[in-house]
Design a protein around this ligand. Structure first.
Ligand code: ADP
Ligand code: MG
Length: 214
């Protein structure tokens, strides 16, 4: 399926075109339409199958379509287990937001805390982050998630392996409101710990499992 067939804003299709992509991968073709309906989603597919754009594109589309509840709170929070993975997602997000009026930042563990406080005070629309540092900023009231519209957990199984369950629950509670949508991506969807966290964070999720990669 071509990206032009996925009901995405023309600016997004242009950005994807500039990245050199024309047809969607399987996971993109299946996940994007579901995510665009506003439903919660639990999805898995192999490494390298294009999961990043499967959540970034509907995230941008949703924010382009919606009116903010709060002008100041972030609208989309994307969580990843490690700095390296967060950096990869942030690089793709920056290419996509470049063609829009939205601001994206990354908030990662191991970086200067006070610099991050200043970054957060500039009211970004998108935050790409590792869970521990976001939990710290919530605890210290440098960040409020009351206006959050979309929470995305990428590599959820690895976040749990690294012991982030408690932080994920704290973030979930801080962002809890009726309009929020939650998308969860994971290599495996059938471990008990994954099912428990999904049960707590997701609301009647749609399940997608793609076995072949492209
Ligand atoms: P995953 O998260 O599933 O491991 P990524 O989102 O990191 O996969 O994508 C893997 C690679 O595939 C990246 O280099 C990305 O730029 C590329 N890619 C993503 N979507 C497409 C597409 N539709 N067509 C071709 N390449 C793509
Ligand atoms: Mg990935």
């Amino acid at each position: 399926m071509q990206f032009t067939e996925l009901s995405l804003d023309r600016r997004l299709v242009q950005s994807i075109d500039h990245m050199g992509f024309t047809s969607a991968t399987n996971i993109q073709e299946l996940a994007i339409p579901v995510a665009l309906t506003g439903k919660d989603l639990m999805a898995s597919s192999k490494t390298g199958s294009g999961k990043t754009l499967a959540f970034l594109l509907p995230a941008l589309q949703r924010i382009m379509n919606s009116k903010a509840l709060s002008k100041r709170d972030p609208r989309v929070l994307i969580l990843l287990p490690t700095r390296e993975l967060a950096h990869q997602v942030y690089s793709q997000l920056r290419l996509l937001v470049a063609n829009t009026k939205f601001k994206a930042v990354s908030i990662l563990g191991g970086e200067n805390f006070n610099d991050q406080v200043k970054t957060l005070a500039r009211d970004p629309h998108f935050i790409v982050a590792t869970p521990g540092r976001i939990a710290d900023h919530l605890t210290q009231r440098n960040l409020y998630l009351n206006g959050l519209e979309l929470l995305i957990l990428d590599e959820a199984d690895r976040m749990l392996d690294l012991g982030f369950a408690q932080q994920l629950k704290q973030i979930n509670t801080a962002a809890d409101h009726k309009r929020r949508q939650t998308l969860m991506f994971s290599a495996t969807l059938d471990h008990n710990e994954i099912l428990d966290i999904a049960d707590e964070l997701l609301n009647e999720p749609h399940h997608i499992n793609v076995d072949d990669s492209f």
